[in-house]
Design a protein around this ligand. Structure first.
Ligand SMILES: NC(=O)C1=CN([C@@H]2O[C@H](COP(=O)(O)OP(=O)(O)OC[C@H]3O[C@@H](n4cnc5c(N)ncnc54)[C@H](O)[C@@H]3O)[C@@H](O)[C@H]2O)C=CC1
Ligand SMILES: NCC(=O)COP(=O)(O)O
Length: 339
């Protein structure tokens, strides 16, 4: 039997069963079965690729016992048959149940961390799911709504979008000094505590061309971003910025910081997915549990065609195990927590 370093198996959600989640789950299990980290998948085995060697289990102890031989499955039952590439709103409830179960097991400390397979936000929305994505839903489930911070990390770059799952227009309307300060504090704290970076260096992106060109191409840098930087520096954080967004992701620029705080979703996600889509991992900071996921989505266009690469999911499972281990070794006094 093999174990995660912190001796608790991870739990992996089903994601949209018509997406590539089932096949990358099997790919990740094949890659990790000898070495770990151990994980159990929470879903309906009917949607796994035919011929998959799996075993239904009831507990995570049992999951750890069978992991080398078979993919351990904590079973759920789908409402409708699955056709790869054709999501069915009837299965939305089960997609959510899988997330609920994973969070319950992790909060109860039976599992070491939650790893999520991709969901279709549009399908869940049509089914009445009120949250924009996992990030916000997990914060609700963990009773820390509004404290969540999305970070995407790869060996080449870490990025945090300050505004997340909103339209570009809404992102501009909701960007405030207070929001930047809050997100930067949570990010710096997580980099110290769970990533083991003693003095994290944060690069703060500008919003406008040339970071506003001294106010001639927009005033957000002067009115919103610089006041946040001043406040955070006064708290002792190490920051650069506002940096011109078009040059802050070059090879040489990236050497000067540990994370880039970006003002909107695509300012953060385009560089990391362009540089390192295969190794990118999405992780949620500000939660009382560890959560990671691959950086990509459901990829309905290739589902069931044996084209999906499991690398990002493998990286997500490995990072979840490392973060859970680091977190367990560095318990946090409640009064030190930035919320
Ligand atoms: N964490 C999550 O649950 C996420 C969910 N999504 C959801 O996924 C759905 C589809 O989003 P898209 O923007 O189309 O992005 P996507 O990442 O699903 O696909 C973009 C392109 O990359 C390819 N691709 C993605 N993952 C791949 C893999 N592992 N191996 C090989 N090729 C891969 C796809 O075939 C497609 O051509 C949306 O509903 C979105 O909400 C998107 C990102 C994250
Ligand atoms: N673009 C990242 C993304 O959509 C992931 O969202 P979440 O489901 O992890 O909140």
């Amino acid at each position: 039997m093999i174990n995660t370093p912190n001796h608790k198996p991870l739990v992996l959600t089903m994601g949209d069963p018509a997406g590539i989640g089932p096949e990358i789950t099997v790919g990740a299990w094949k890659a990790l079965r000898e070495t770990g980290p151990v994980f159990a998948w929470i879903g309906d085995p009917a949607c796994l690729p035919s011929g998959t060697s799996y075993e239904e289990v009831i507990t995570l102890t049992e999951a750890a016992r069978v992991f080398q031989k078979s993919l351990p499955v904590l079973p759920l039952s789908l409402q409708a048959p699955v056709t790869p590439g054709k999501p069915d709103i009837l299965n939305a409830g089960l997609v959510v149940d899988s997330i609920l179960r994973a969070v319950g097991l992790t909060r109860a400390e039976d599992a070491g961390a939650v790893v999520t397979n991709p969901i279709s936000k549009a399908v869940l929305r049509r089914a009445g799911f009120p949250h924009p994505g996992h990030t916000e839903f997990l914060a609700e489930l963990c009773e820390v709504p509004g404290q969540e911070v999305m970070m995407l990390a790869s060996p080449m770059l870490r990025v945090v979008p300050v505004t997340v799952h909103v339209s570009l227009r809404e992102a501009l309307d909701t960007l405030t000094t207070d929001l930047i300060v809050k997100v930067a504090r949570t990010t710096a704290h997580a980099l110290k505590r769970v990533f083991g970076i003693a003095t994290p260096r944060l690069a703060i992106a500008g919003l406008n061309p040339h970071a506003g060109e001294g106010g001639h191409m927009g005033r957000e840098e002067i009115d919103i971003i610089l006041p946040a930087i001043k406040q955070l520096r006064a708290e002792g954080l190490s920051l650069h910025g506002p940096m011109p967004p078009d040059t802050m992701f070059t090879d040489s620029a990236r050497e000067n910081y540990d994370v880039a705080l970006c003002m909107y979703h695509d300012q953060a996600l385009i560089p990391i997915k362009t540089l390192d889509m295969e190794n990118g991992v999405n992780t949620t900071l500000g939660l009382p549990i560890v959560r990671t996921s691959p950086d990509h989505g459901t990829a309905f266009d290739i589902a069931g065609k044996n084209l999906a690469k499991p690398e990002s999911l493998i990286a997500a499972l490995r990072l979840a195990s490392q973060l859970a281990t680091h977190r367990a070794a560095n318990p946090e006094p409640p009064e030190k927590r930035f919320t």
